[in-house]
Design a protein around this ligand. Structure first.
Ligand code: AMP
Length: 209
């Protein structure tokens, strides 16, 4: 899944996961978990995340490699939030070569900056299961509580306005250049980021079949 922060990568990844019965590998969630457990790498990662900067490759690439070596990824997987730079895309190529698989699709989600800021500042997340809500367009059934696991919802530190701006800059500088690389391979599938939620499963099914 490729696209700016707040474009709906996570939501679409989970819908694709249900449609095709594939695990989602979300680097942001894995890094947030490491940060909240205060592991050695987690503490370093947390500092970068709170500023809206990319966590160093020696941490992220290792986490992704370990995860992709688990057998539940053998029939396919969805990468959400990785790769985010050309160096990470090179690392991914190496991991995929070692695993003997290739990328079939790069879902590139398109959304304008104004909509991104509106969306992220009203986003609330479940720290336990990773579910995301939007206070106006997709609120939880009970205010402040996750529909899936009953945990209290939070606003992520990096969903505050100044950090959102920084994340958008980082996205433009580091992540957007990846689009050319995958365009050349002919595997980019563009997807509009503001489709109504109920239409997304059908549209994604069509896009990826
Ligand atoms: P996300 O939940 O995907 O918006 O990611 C939140 C934050 O986690 C990012 O702003 C980065 O600080 C960090 N992060 C997530 N994925 C990566 C990655 N592939 N490389 C470096 N940092 C990442």
């Amino acid at each position: 899944m490729l696209g700016p922060p707040g474009s709906g990568k996570g939501t679409c990844a989970h819908i694709i996961s249900e449609l095709f019965d594939l695990p989602v590998i979300t680097t942001g969630d894995m890094l947030r978990e490491a940060a909240s457990n205060e592991t050695e790498y987690g503490k370093v990662a947390g500092e970068y995340m709170n500023r809206g900067d990319l966590v160093p490759n020696y941490i992220v690439n290792g986490i992704v490699r370990d995860r992709l070596m688990k057998p539940d990824t053998d029939k396919g997987f969805i990468l959400d939030g990785f790769p985010r730079s050309v160096a990470q895309a090179d690392a991914l190529d190496n991991i995929l070569r070692d695993k003997g698989v290739q990328l079939d699709h790069v879902v590139f989600i398109v959304l304008e900056d104004e909509k991104i800021v509106g969306r992220l500042s009203l986003r609330r997340s479940c720290p336990e299961c990773g579910a995301v809500y939007h206070l106006t367009s997709n609120p939880p059934k009970t205010k402040g509580v996750c529909d899936h696991c009953g945990t209290d919802l939070i606003q992520r530190n990096d969903d505050k306005e100044d950090v959102i701006k920084r994340r958008l800059e980082v996205y433009r500088r580091n992540t957007q250049p990846l689009l050319d690389r995958y365009e050349q391979k002919g595997i980019v599938r563009r997807f509009q980021g503001d489709n109504p939620l109920e239409k997304i499963p059908g549209l994604l099914q069509k896009l990826l079949s």
